[in-house]
Unconditional design. Structure first.
Length: 245
């Protein structure tokens, strides 16, 4: 579905991001794994050795326009284009409002919102010049309901939805589609670390009766990146088993 396309996936070293990377590679794309540290990028690349020269690693500071611009230019230089950007890197927190510091709030907003803006801007500049592209953002089910602690995280994901809708309208004239995927509870390392009975309790509250797998989420990202979604822009697709928690 993505033959001859080049994709950058931020936070591609593990969890949902790594599943997107693998799904895109399995569908013929060249994929650039963007991580926070060279060490984790190298580890991810080692797990993707079977894909040979179709994989590349970068680790710019995602909030630094110059660093991101240079990294994306190196992608275009290696593969000839940058067709798909997946803004997936994100951090969460469940700190109570009474204990929340401005520093912690800013850190969440920096990676979850400012980095999405910076990367979208750098990618859009390249995509406009080449005649189009796709920008995808990772939102969350908490962007609809909030959550009872850690207000910075849902606030950041509401902002991701706002960026998605606004950029879809602004960039449509340049043939750049912008969409988001809003996962529910997904079995990444964080969920794997929870006691089984807790996961069972969470699963029981989800109408589909289970937590999501990273591949469930990656498949939505595959559809939205592909030409199958050629008339879809400004959408936030829920991939959450109809959970409402
Ligand atoms: P994860 O913690 O397993 O992975 C997060 C990724 O972000 C890692 O690759 C990490 O290296 C990267 N990252 C963290 N800080 C970074 C930084 N400063 N610069 C660059 N990269 C950085 O998390 P995950 O569960 O796979 O989450 C991926 C996305 O999905 C996030 O945006 C998260 O908010 C969202 N999400 C996750 C769930 C879930 O249940 N797992 C649910 C809804 C939304």
């Amino acid at each position: 579905m993505l033959k001859n396309k080049t994709a950058v996936v931020t936070g591609g070293t593990r969890g949902i991001g790594f599943a997107i990377v693998k799904t895109y590679l399995d569908n013929g794309a060249n994929v650039v794994v963007a991580g926070s540290r060279q060490e984790t990028v190298d580890k991810a690349l080692a797990r993707l050795a079977e894909y040979g020269g179709r994989v590349m690693g970068i680790c710019p500071d995602l909030c630094d326009p110059e660093a991101v611009g240079a990294a994306f230019a190196s992608v275009k230089e290696k593969f000839g284009s940058l067709d798909i950007l997946v803004n997936n890197a994100g951090v969460s927190s469940r700190t109570s409002l009474y204990d929340y510091t401005v520093d912690e709030f800013s850190k969440i907003m920096d990676l979850n919102v400012t980095a999405v803006f910076v990367c979208a801007q750098a990618a859009a500049r390249i995509m406009k010049e080449q005649g189009g592209g796709v920008i995808l953002n990772t939102s969350s089910m908490v962007s609809r309901y909030g959550q009872p602690a850690g207000c910075g995280y849902p606030t950041s994901k509401f902002a991701v939805n706002g960026l998605t809708t606004s950029l879809a309208r602004e960039l449509a004239k340049d043939q750049i589609r912008v969409n988001a995927v809003a996962p529910g509870v997904t079995a990444t390392d964080m969920v794997a670390a929870l006691p089984k009975e807790m996961v069972d309790r969470i699963s029981a509250g989800i109408p589909l009766g289970r937590v999501g797998q990273p591949e469930d989420v990656a498949n939505a990202f595959l559809y939205l990146a592909s030409d199958q979604a050629s008339y879809v822009t400004g959408a936030v697709i829920n991939v959450d088993g109809a959970a409402m928690t």
